[in-house]
Design a protein around this ligand. Sequence first.
Ligand code: FMN
Length: 417
Amino acid sequence: MSFDLSVIPHKNIILAVTGGIAAYKSAILVRRLKDFGFDVRVVMTHGAQAFITPLTFQALSGNPVHTELLDPEAEAGMGHIELARWADLVLVAPASCDTIAKFANGLADDLLSTLYLATKAPVWVAPAMNQQMWAAKATQRNLQTLVEDGVHVIMPDAGEQACGDVGLGRMPEPEDLARQVAAYFHKAQRAIAEKFGLLAGKRVTITAGPTREAIDPVRYISNHSTGKMGFALAAACYAAGAKVTLVAGPVSLDTPNGVERINVKSAMQMLDASMNQLEEGCDIFIATAAVADYRVAEVAEHKIKKAGDELAVSLVKNPDIVATIAQQQQRPFMVGFAAETRNVEEYAAGKLVAKKLDMIACNDVSRPDIGFASDENAMTVFFAQSYHLEKRELEKASKQEISQQLVEAIHDALLQK
Ligand SMILES: Cc1cc2nc3c(=O)[nH]c(=O)nc-3n(C[C@H](O)[C@H](O)[C@H](O)COP(=O)(O)O)c2cc1C
């Protein structure tokens, strides 16, 4: 099974441990599930506690372990109904013959069997037992009932058993079980994305192009940004099912199909338009614009006439649009861009932290073949630490292709929120 481990959505897993010798493997299973970013709560039968202590699972999962059905304290907090609702998936590993029989017959005389009846979440069982117990007619009959009831039964492995027998009945290795769970959520997520688009229903605001800071009615300070990257991203986000608004500085580009465009000139106007978008509702804010860091302190009312050999124009700092938006209480998912000419990655990673961004895409504009006026780009994408995502190198490609990859990166990060 091969899939990208970095795009597993954040989910809640109940790991139920029953009284089998394989219970010791479940300790490792907790670790492996957590490696995928799952939140894990452990439920143990009384039988399981004869093999391994709740303390082990509490320490490994970072959550209290649930063992009792008729526990007044637990019922006030995470009782069986709450646990049942909390779970996105219930994995019973190892699943003993006894618990399988209870599930098949609808018994509800302990926490796990009651939880099984109370949950809407998918239930997976990983039977583990002596090969003769596995082959027993009653066990096979009960498993057949579980399959008919919609339970996913994970086939045990064959091999040497703890009791010395050889045959079917070994619990699969924890790594394998955890990967199967991760693959299940990954596939489900991809199926939704393929049907409705990677950013279906998301409201995206993108700033693009340069800003123009007036000196007088006919002159201004600006930069070489063409807006191509932002416009390509707007088209890609729209194609991915998002509602997209482009806050565009002065550029000569056609508005992509389906995208709303707000034209601005100065950094102050860009900030105002961006804040308005935030008020109207914005899930993802992508800042590709090359915003002027400074504006002219006092814009001359009339054209400045040629006079002496020197002319001093005093500049004041513009507000930082990205940082301002990132500071808002109801902040969207923030994507920044960094165009640097040296120490690109170092500056970008610093900007990610300093401006409290969720993701930053950076490129080296000193390279003549990519960047500003070019139709191609190459980027490195960094994610904030909380996402547990590796940095991604986007190889040199058209700005359309790079945009598609950025949409995927945003989608992958959002899955982990
Ligand atoms: C040493 C020992 C090992 C056991 N190993 C297993 C096992 O691997 N699989 C199993 O189904 N039952 C096994 N059992 C039997 C269960 O512990 C027993 O059926 C118990 O009632 C299960 O309860 P539970 O399903 O509530 O955890 C074992 C019992 C002992 C004493």
